[in-house]
Design a protein around this ligand. Sequence first.
Ligand SMILES: [Zn+2]
Length: 216
Amino acid sequence: MAQFLQSVDKRSALVGFGVGVLLVLFVVLAVRGFVGRETYISLDVDASEPDISVQLLDVNEYSRPGTGSDPITGVVIHYTANPGSTAQQNRDYFNSLQDGHGDYVSSHFVVGLEGEIVQCVPTWELAYASNDRNHDTVSIECCHPDETGEFNEATYKSMVQLTAFICAKYNLDENDVIRHYDVTGKNCPKYFVEDGDAWEQFKKDVKGALAKGNGK
Ligand SMILES: [Zn+2]
């Protein structure tokens, strides 16, 4: 009897050990899965037209020359390099350049910290954002909370949807989406230059949004 009890104890100890190992495995896998997806979990974005606040700049030589673009062949992603600034502030800065600060800077769109989108220049006109590719691309400036340049989830989602929407509109795909870095070698957008995996993920998310279509 004592021997029998002892073997039952051994068996339950073994079972207990097995359950413990499984639990640890489960926790490790769950944490890895969570971290691996970074902050952008379950991205529910398609290529439909996002809400856009159209606030076109005054036509002026510094930020909206009023020059027609060539046929659009790409989308260029930028970051503002001004942590914590809003889409509205960046748009208003571009518009203020007409007073002759000497800088030639603008962007077709600015995506803000809450995912809001402001349009500054019509897509059929030049904006001053992407150097040699100003003439045939649409530019998107993206706001970021801090010096790392990483985008928050609200900004990221709007970036994906707006990029997919523009791609669909001009019959482009995710391979036509480039970083400012790919034009000039500038560290812009910082987070997507310094983290190549995050950049590849962004393009995958644009592809995924395109595959979902325009939601109609
Ligand atoms: Zn840039």
